[in-house]
Design a protein around this ligand. Structure first.
Ligand SMILES: Cc1cc2nc3c(=O)[nH]c(=O)nc-3n(C[C@H](O)[C@H](O)[C@H](O)COP(=O)(O)O)c2cc1C
Length: 165
């Protein structure tokens, strides 16, 4: 893969994240877990290029992000859609999702990403922000948090963007 600068990244976040989805992946104590996400963003914060991801309390991947200093976002060709749907509907607590999909983990230092991705965004975990129930409209709270499984927002400082040549 070839490294590009954030300013050269052609992705439209509304389609890349919202429609095509991404995997959020982290490694803790030598074990890697991943989940599908379609909420999040990319932008600029504290003078750096960053991504924002939103992870519910119940996700096993959260434990890996908490236990690591970094994580990646990976974006895939349409041919991986079925695997992404599976990774987004099964927990790594119950199955070895990565083995089942046949995806291959590549490590860049301590940060995992997938060989099959067309784009990998490698991030330092920079900060964590609980999404507070009190601060949101009631209809949002009822629609998305009826079960109390709230999101934490993590800001990742982009260290490297790799794209398939
Ligand atoms: C299309 C799609 C988008 C998703 N987006 C998110 C998201 O942005 N945040 C989140 O916490 N869960 C999201 N999920 C749910 C997780 O991917 C799912 O619960 C997954 O099984 C968690 O796996 P884990 O327990 O191994 O971490 C999404 C699932 C799908 C299928």
């Amino acid at each position: 893969m070839k490294e590009i600068k954030a300013a050269e990244w052609k992705a439209n976040p509304f389609t890349a994240i919202g429609k095509e989805w991404m995997l959020i992946t982290a490694t803790k104590d030598g074990v890697t877990n991943t989940m599908t996400a379609s909420w999040g963003g990319m932008g600029v914060m504290w003078g750096s290029d960053v991504v924002y991801v939103f992870i519910r309390q119940s996700r096993y991947t959260k434990e890996f992000i908490e236990g690591s200093d970094s994580f990646s976002l990976t974006f895939f060709p349409e041919s991986q859609r079925k695997n992404m749907a599976y990774i987004g509907s099964t927990s790594g607590r119950d199955e070895d999702k990565i083995a089942k999909t046949g995806l291959h983990v590549v490590m860049d230092g301590d940060t995992p990403y997938f060989e099959e991705a067309h784009t990998a965004v490698l991030c330092t975990k920079w900060s964590k922000h609980p999404i507070k129930m009190d601060d949101m409209p009631e209809d949002v709270r009822e629609r998305w948090y009826g079960d109390g499984d709230w999101h934490d927002m993590y800001i990742g400082r982009i260290e490297k963007i790799l794209v398939k040549e």
